[in-house]
Design a protein around this ligand. Structure first.
Ligand code: ACO
Length: 334
């Protein structure tokens, strides 16, 4: 896929250290081998080194010896990371003993490596649920300055090239925050615009979706999206944002012009911001399955460092692709 090829080329120019905490998981190991073979990122695997090497030889992987393998049960930074955890969570009453137990969990170790500057980004989730991947990140890496909410965007590559930017669109939030307020939805819109510019590589035309177009229906859920649209415009005057729009008014030019006359986004939208996680998650999966679109992500946005979560049904190439995206985020291309 051309899009991913370009991301890998960009990542190769400034190689970043991506930590994969599920170092004994088969698809993760195979992905690590591919990444190291292609050479677009450095890989840190978390797992018992003997077991990792034994698994790698079972799958006849050739490049795993280039990875840094960190044993979660025994490494020389354990005490320092535990001290950092206690400091970060002192208001929550975390004790050193509790921290020393948590740091043996690869998902906590991975985020502490990032926090300490020993890794640049993380990809996990082939073996762990979303909440288990995200919670350590929320607690220790936290959100980027000026951002209060993390959300997840999907880059959708559609077979039908008439939609979006030659068939490419960005959908959010499809992965993280169940029921955002208007203020949070505004932040999600701005973050999605920035992800679009940096990762998808085109100028976003953002539609704030609802079941109403420009006041055609009256409801508090419509008011939320209208308010979020205004707030998002104030937060990022440089971004093109329109709302509230129904999905047909967002992507079909004739309907956009009829329902929102004069708008240069209605009917032309290439970024869809959904009012809730329910709508975003359902929509991306329907488009993926029924329109046979590729769904790349979720790309987590708003975190202070790039940490991305896989679906447990992911393939080896899904992991490789998400590492390419994460490496680009880590290189500050986001
Ligand atoms: N952005 C930033 N910080 C957050 C967010 C967020 N969206 N959500 C929670 N946090 C923070 C909290 O402030 C809290 O911080 P603190 O401990 O320093 O006070 C910490 O994270 C834990 O918060 P909780 O409310 O305890 O978080 P909880 O674990 O209940 O929920 C979670 C967080 C797991 C992300 C939850 O919102 C969730 O389950 N979301 C849905 C995820 C999901 O299942 N997605 C669909 C599948 S993914 C897919 O299909 C691609």
């Amino acid at each position: 896929m051309e899009f991913i090829k370009q991301l890998k080329e960009k990542a190769s120019q400034n190689k970043k250290r991506i930590v994969l905490p599920e170092g004994l998981e088969e698809r993760t190991l195979k992905a690590a081998d591919t990444i190291l073979g292609e050479g677009f990122a450095e890989v840190i695997l978390i797992g018992n080194p003997d077991k990792v090497k034994a698994e790698a030889s079972t799958y006849q992987l050739e490049h795993i010896d280039q990875a840094l393998i960190v044993d979660p049960e025994s490494h020389d930074r354990m005490d320092a990371y535990a001290d950092m955890m206690v400091e970060i969570r002192k208001k929550k009453g975390l004790t050193k003993d509790e921290a020393l137990t948590l740091i043996k969990n690869p998902l906590f170790l991975a985020v502490m490596m990032i926090k300490a500057g020993d890794a640049d980004g993380e990809v996990a989730g082939a073996d762990n649920a979303t909440g288990d991947v995200l919670r350590p990140a929320f607690q220790y890496v936290k959100t980027a300055p000026g951002i209060s909410v993390v959300s997840g965007a999907f880059i959708m590559i559609l077979k039908d090239k008439e939609f979006g930017e030659d068939g490419m669109m960005v959908f959010a939030d499809c992965a993280v925050h169940p029921n955002p307020t208007a203020e949070e939805l505004a932040e999600i819109a701005v973050a999605t615009g920035r992800t679009t510019q940096a990762i998808a590589g085109f100028e976003p035309k953002i539609a704030m979706l609802s079941f109403s177009t420009k006041g055609s229906a009256k409801h508090e859920m419509v008011d939320k999206v209208a308010k979020a649209t205004e707030l998002a415009k104030q937060l990022a005057p440089d971004l093109k944002i329109e709302g509230e729009l129904q999905s047909d008014a967002a992507i079909i030019p004739a309907i956009g012009q009829k329902k929102a006359p004069g708008s240069d986004i209605a009917g032309q939208a290439n970024v869809l911001v959904f009012p809730t996680l329910e709508t975003g998650n359902i929509a991306y999966k329907l488009v993926q399955r029924m329109a046979h679109a590729e769904a790349i992500g979720p790309v987590l946005q708003g975190m202070a460092a790039p940490i991305n979560d896989l679906s447990r049904g992911c393939s080896v190439s899904d992991i490789v692709n998400l590492v390419a995206i994460t490496a680009n985020q880590a290189a500050g291309i986001v």
